[in-house]
Design a binder for this molecule. Structure first.
Ligand SMILES: [Zn+2]
Ligand SMILES: [Zn+2]
Length: 369
């Protein structure tokens, strides 16, 4: 481990990132210093960069380091860390995935088994990078994994490009379907075929959904959705009439509507459409709308009179990451998982990576520090 490492400082929204050298911390007991191998540009990084996802609301301080969907290798283990969360021996150089947030384990939420709702949650992208331990986000050469985090050794042979999406996008959609109690033979509609939507398509199939319909405005993304297992794709740029789209879902589900609709776009105006696509007792899962300040009217009688429910899903319980890893291991040869990352950039080209992600010219850009 070198004495210093580079971080891409995020000073304020839409301001270019600055690359600066910071001292690499010695891990305290229970902590792990990871050499970041790849960190993706996820929707929430992009929203934070645009300024419409307010990190301050999560206790965030600037300047910080963005990036949370990542994987890397162990650079240094703190005292007492000998095994991963599966009980497997952990050594320097091992390839690992880890949660980007840590619950305290003691508050009421943690005691109830809801670490994702911890009262003192410690998240990547919220620490002041000018203060110890400096490496508080993924767009840097190192990341400081705090004591109490969940960390798994990655099975040998699983490439970083495939594992990179495990600790955010993939775990997030698994948690979403679990919260919605998706069960065998049910029907699913997915709004949005970006990285999250493609994972969601494959995961819905793995849960045993008999029909998965994916909506997006980009033909190439829909073609990818097919490769991830989508049964039907609807291009909203061609089929511009909301009522006709809702009707298509009815026809495809024997007049009933879908059991689960998952929102992965991050636009308030698509929520009423998704709710109308649901069957009686259908569950609407909201994941993409993390940007505050947007609203769109909807008629609540459509929920009440059809016994529908609406679930907001932020973060996930840490053991979900273990399930994500198993899913990748099982499907590495069956799904085009390596094609989710469409563009890799070295860390010093982070401004270009964000410009391209902002223009949506790439499915998921990633930084390789
Ligand atoms: Zn994310
Ligand atoms: Zn807690």
């Amino acid at each position: 481990m070198s004495a210093t490492g580079r971080v891409a400082l995020f000073r304020e929204p839409r301001h270019p990132f600055d690359l600066v050298e910071m001292p690499v911390p010695e891990p305290r007991p229970g902590a792990v210093v990871v050499r970041v191998r790849i960190a993706n540009v996820c929707g929430s990084d992009l929203h934070a960069w645009r300024g419409d996802f307010r990190l301050a609301g999560l206790g965030g301080k600037l300047p910080t380091v963005l990036g949370h969907e990542m994987t890397g290798t162990v650079a240094a283990l703190g005292r007492g860390v000998e095994r991963d969360s599966n009980g497997h021996p952990l050594r320097e150089g091992d390839h690992v995935v880890f949660t980007y947030f840590t619950g305290c384990g003691n508050c009421l939420s943690c005691q109830r088994g809801r670490r994702a709702a911890c009262d003192h949650i410690d998240m990547a992208m919220t620490g002041n990078a000018t203060e110890w331990p400096h490496f508080v986000g993924g767009y840097a050469e190192y990341f400081y994994v705090k004591p109490g985090s969940t960390i798994y050794k990655v099975p040998l042979g699983l490439p970083i490009e495939i594992v990179a999406g495990a600790n955010c996008a993939l775990s997030q959609v698994i948690a979403g379907f679990e919260r919605a109690s998706l069960s065998f033979n049910e029907t699913v509609v997915i709004q949005g075929a970006g990285g999250l939507g493609l994972y969601a398509t494959a995961v819905a199939k793995a849960f045993g959904a008999r029909l998965v319909v994916v909506l997006d405005a980009v033909g190439d993304r829909l073609a990818m959705a097919r490769r991830f297992g989508a049964d039907v794709m609807i291009n909203v740029a061609e089929d511009t009439d909301e009522r006709s789209r809702i009707n298509q879902i009815r026809v495809l589900t024997d007049g009933r509507g879908a059991d689960v609709v998952m929102e992965l776009v991050g636009r308030a105006d698509i929520v009423p459409e998704g709710i109308r696509m649901l069957a009686q007792f259908g569950r609407y899962v909201g994941i993409g709308n993390i940007n505050a300040g947007h609203s769109h009217p909807f008629d609540p009688s459509r929920l009440v009179m059809s016994n529908k429910s609406m679930l907001g899903v932020a973060l996930y319980e840490p053991f979900t990451l273990g399930k994500a890893l198993r899913f990748l291991e099982r499907n590495r040869d069956r799904l085009p998982l390596d094609q989710l990352l469409s563009a890799k950039f070295p860390l010093d080209q982070i401004n270009e990576a964000f410009a391209q992600a902002d223009r949506r010219t790439v499915v998921r850009a990633s930084l390789v520090p």
